[in-house]
Design a protein around this ligand. Sequence first.
Ligand code: AMP
Length: 379
Amino acid sequence: MILPGATLGVLGGGQLGAMFAMAAKRMGYRVEAISDVADCPAAHQCHRVHVGAYDDAEWLAQIARGLDVVTFEFENIPVAATRALERVVPVRPAPEVLFTTQNRTREKAFLVANGFDCVPHRVVGSGLELRAAVAALGLPSVLKTAAFGYDGKGQQLLQQGADTGAIDAAWETLGPQELLLESWVDFEVEISVVAARGWNGETAVFEPSRNVHRHHILDMASTPAELPAGILATARTTTAAILEALGVVGVACVEFFVTRDGRVLVNEIAPRPHNSGHLTIDACETSQFEQQVRAICGLPLGSVRQILPAAMANLLGDCWHNGTPDWPAALAVPGVSLLLYGKNDPRAGRKMGHLTACAKTVSEAIENASRARKNACRF
Ligand code: AMP
């Protein structure tokens, strides 16, 4: 057990690391981030930031000597970095979990091998293989890079009726590298489930969240998801089983497509807290970040009970398009709170912060979160 007063390390300097640090500091831990960028969101919240190259094993080992446990907040970190740290200090979740989930091909192979329902797919390593995959899966389908993709980056939709020219062009755009072709799912709704698992196998599963994406980026998350109990139960038990099968010690999130005929298909796994879980900060007895602290430190997991229905609206850089957003107008909406990540450069599509609205009903929460965002961003 790693008790308050100890020093926790977080690999990655993004907002998930910053919110982890906020939760850990409140509980009396010291937090140090390890990042390849000095001016990162975690830098504003951690006691110390180590800036260097993730492939510098000697540097990592030296940092690890001053830490009691390390976690990560971003899956596009070289697994070798977590292995270099693990030689000196416990890394939770283990490097093996990162290895499986940071690559779509390995993640899908894990899901298939363990009998979890996922989207029909084919691994593609050449233009010819892509043509064969399209013939097998049909169109529309979506081509994705196996590694380093997030928020729709490294993805290309192959429309119904795409000819060989368009298929070859898609390979030219994303290849040559390992790709994955997935059937396009005509889903009813997207949901996700955040869960924590302790070193002793104890698991706590948060309420599933209903997620709406815009341009492949999460736009709004809300809970309760207001779906049939059977669908929610399947999503929750599948999530717990995935954490168990992966051997996660920490927090992970499973994203699902719920199809029109009521199937619950795994889309992807994030081995860390998730954007759709940010509303747990304001709406639940324990936030996903406190849960991450508890899980990696071997403390009892907290209650995941949701106190009020809630909705979270992401604030992308686009919101700064007409100047500084009107925060007072956003915060005048009842039950709304603001969390900004401390990023200086509000580029379009960049996650800058979020607004959470808690209300008596989830539809009121969604309405208030979107009204607050409209007030702030003036569009
Ligand atoms: P991903 O990064 O793979 O989670 O993709 C981001 C978003 O793109 C998802 O949340 C969906 O909204 C959409 N998307 C990705 N893959 C598919 C698919 N096979 N079928 C339908 N929508 C998809």
